[in-house]
Design a protein around this ligand. Structure first.
Ligand code: ASN
Length: 322
């Protein structure tokens, strides 16, 4: 038996001061929605998909509604789920016209023999599963357009956003979302969903849908979801690297810090991670979050308490209301 626990993130980057409360509200609501499923169905996979779906529906986050725009001004989304019981995984990339890519990723895992479907194929599969497409433009928010127009002026948008801690945000956009959970039976699951990076080349696929980069989950070890510069995260297989460090006996906190240090020293770039280590004999899972960006918005629930934060070394907490 384990203590049911969930942690979610709403992206790692610099958040404008007046946006901080909005995104903290968003991750708290998503964590609560996921936690209610964790307790209700008792299933870690249900919990992470619910939590990520809530953030995809919240226009303030860069996933589903609110996704960032590629160089053509279009939305192309990536998402993944991983089940720690059997390492099953499903993912989509370059998906258009879908409100909840994480739910399609789950169907890829449950209904196909494959791990990852791309673009038109992913969309056709989505329709075959009875999920109605929506016009891609419905996913486009005003803030995404403003962000796009601003960053189009820079040929090095990716570097400007992610390679420096000190660049102030140009607009009030937010970032990739993710969730990891452990249920009462000790099963872990991870989910990540994103619109990617503003002004990315059409067809660019980031880390978020890649096993071991944007997410990882294994009951023997724990679960991880990442956010940040996909090109760096993929090159060090960040989520799997954290899992390896857990396997070697590091705590969730140590593994997060060491893996992010390794990434920044070896390939550069910034990122954030959320981690739950497997419960082990005590039955108590360890939860950690760590980021090398200026901010990462996160929220965690366990044992009747919610904790959340956005700045380094800062957190708030309150008893969970019924
Ligand atoms: N903001 C993000 O987390 C972006 C995502 N990791 C990507 O590179 O697509």
């Amino acid at each position: 038996m384990s203590v049911p626990t969930i942690i979610v993130h709403g992206g790692a980057r610099t958040f404008e001061p007046d946006l901080k409360e909005v995104v903290k509200d968003g991750v708290r609501a998503a964590a609560r929605q996921g936690y209610d499923h964790l307790i209700g169905s008792g299933n870690a996979m249900d919990a992470v998909v619910e939590a990520v779906s809530a953030m995809e529906d919240n226009m303030v986050f860069n996933a589903g509604h609110g996704s960032m725009l590629n160089l053509n001004g279009d939305v192309e989304m990536d998402a993944i789920v991983i089940d720690g019981r059997n390492l099953a995984s499903g993912a989509v990339c370059g998906l258009q016209g879908c409100a909840n890519p994480v739910q399609v990723a789950r169907l890829v895992m449950e209904k196909t023999k494959h791990c990852l479907l791309t673009a038109d194929g992913a969309r056709a599969f989505m329709k075959s599963q009875g999920i109605q497409p929506i016009p891609n433009r419905e996913l486009v928010t005003q803030k995404a357009v403003v962000e796009f127009e601003t960053y189009k002026k820079y040929s090095t948008a990716v570097e400007k956003v992610m390679l420096s801690r000190s660049i102030p945000p140009v607009t009030s956009d937010c970032d990739t979302v993710g969730a990891v959970a452990i249920d009462g039976n000790g099963n872990v699951a991870a989910a990540t969903s994103t619109g990617g990076i503003t002004a990315k080349l059409p067809g660019r696929v980031g880390d978020s849908c890649i096993i071991g980069s944007g997410a990882y989950a294994d009951n023997a070890v724990g679960a991880v979801s990442t956010t940040g510069l996909g090109e760096s995260i993929m090159r060090v297989c960040l989520a799997r690297r954290i899992a390896e460090l857990l396997e070697k006996g590091e705590t969730a906190d140590q593994a997060s810090k060491h893996a992010l240090d390794f990434m920044s020293k070896r390939v550069g770039g910034t990122a954030g991670v959320i981690v739950i280590s497997a419960a082990g004999v005590s039955g108590t899972a360890r939860v950690a979050h760590h980021f090398t960006t200026t901010n990462m918005v996160w929220a965690a629930i366990s044992n009747g308490y919610m904790r959340w934060g956005i700045d380094p070394d800062q957190e708030e907490s309150s008893e969970l209301k019924a």
